[in-house]
Design a protein around this ligand. Structure first.
Ligand SMILES: NC(=O)c1ccc[n+]([C@@H]2O[C@H](COP(=O)([O-])OP(=O)(O)OC[C@H]3O[C@@H](n4cnc5c(N)ncnc54)[C@H](OP(=O)(O)O)[C@@H]3O)[C@@H](O)[C@H]2O)c1
Length: 330
């Protein structure tokens, strides 16, 4: 099979594209003919060595995939050849990645793809959709009628948070780096969008939620807790899920006297049954048209190195040249 892989961590150009042996499914594994994969910032951290995890050699990059089952191991009960599936959480904690024509994946990390949903869309919502669901429902327990801010409403995670919060019945304010992105965020269901390059974000938040926000979802890697805590209502919940090197100061006084809580999490720590619950809602919302993948562009799998370079420029250098996910097709 063709695959995008590395022999050791390094820059995007260390990704090689070429032939590797076809994988054989283990007893609990499903062999998937990959139709589409999507790039996530974590893929670039692992590829570069910034995040260190045990890696198979060679290591196929990538966490997300969608495709069609072509074979199953003897212990597989959930899927059969011909089924369309999607999933995430591969390429992590010693597991092989997904950027290949074929992937052998434990059945516990796969979900059925709803009819009418393409492999592109399913791959593009995989990791980011599960992340948004875990943070909103398991952790912040967002309720209808509450107010929520998410930073970056057209980003991978942000676009899922906007749509899911809107579907739950919350009022959503988000930020955007350009007028086009502001329009896109509104179409996804944001009630208010603040253009952070030309408008006063703090003023816009105060107008949107005069009594304070119930939930703040931070996607920036260097968040200001001073700013966030100051905008929260009594009982406000803050979700933090980016910025491994960040060490922001927590203003304790206004934080505890307003009964606030902070949730931090990495989606890949969530147990398979937690992720499966998230996937069930994602599938329902995809089928109902309440959740749509925000895809910036589709590239060939052979362009994996260029795709990593583009994602890295956005995540580490904040170039704002992306509006959603990079999807690759073998
Ligand atoms: N903990 C977890 O489980 C988990 C899961 C997924 C992702 N993450 C992390 O979450 C972060 C976001 O991931 P992602 O996949 O959503 O990335 P992404 O698709 O690249 O989105 C990044 C967002 O940040 C916004 N942004 C960039 N510069 C900004 C600035 N100066 N001010 C305000 N917004 C700005 C961009 O919006 P504009 O273009 O409009 O500026 C964009 O919407 C990454 O650091 C990633 O590693 C963590």
């Amino acid at each position: 099979m063709k695959a995008a892989y590395i022999h050791q961590p390094g820059p995007p150009e260390s990704i090689l594209y070429g032939d590797l042996p076809d994988p054989t499914p283990g007893p609990q594994q499903v062999l998937v003919r990959v139709g589409a994969v999507a790039v996530n910032p974590i893929d670039t951290y692992i590829r570069s060595g910034m995040v260190q995890m045990p890696l198979p050699t060679p290591y196929i990059v990538g966490c997300d995939l969608a495709g069609t089952v072509i074979d199953v191991g003897p212990g597989v009960t959930l899927f059969k050849p011909g089924d369309r599936v999607w999933g995430s959480n591969q390429g992590l904690k010693g597991r092989q990645g997904t950027f290949a024509q074929l992937a052998a994946v434990d059945q516990q990390w796969l979900y059925p793809t709803p009819e009418g949903v393409s492999d592109r869309e399913a791959a593009a919502v995989a990791l980011v959709g599960i992340t948004a669901h875990l943070g909103l429902l398991r952790d912040a327990q967002l309720k209808a009628g509450e107010s929520l801010l998410v930073r970056g409403g057209t980003g991978g995670v942000g676009s899922c948070v906007v749509q899911m919060a809107h579907t739950i019945g919350a009022r959503v304010i988000t930020t955007a780096g350009s007028p086009e992105k502001a329009q896109a965020a509104s179409r996804l269901g944001a009630d208010a969008v603040v253009s952070y390059r030309s408008e006063d974000v703090d003023e816009a938040i105060r107008r949107f939620a005069p009594g304070g926000l119930d939930v703040w979802w931070e996607t920036l890697r260097e968040p200001s807790l001073e700013q966030i805590v100051g905008h929260m209502a009594l009982g406000g919940r803050i979700v933090i899920m980016a910025g491994r090197e960040a060490r922001p100061v927590l203003p304790i006084g206004p934080f505890y006297t307003k009964d606030q809580r902070i949730f931090g999490f990495a989606m890949f720590n969530a147990a398979p049954d937690q992720q499966r619950r998230a996937a069930a809602d994602i599938n329902r919302w995809l089928a109902e048209g309440k959740l749509r993948a925000k895809i910036d562009r589709v590239m060939r799998l052979s362009e994996a190195a260029a795709a990593h370079r583009l994602q890295e420029e956005n995540t580490l250098l904040m170039k704002s040249t992306l509006s959603g996910k990079i999807v690759l097709e073998p």
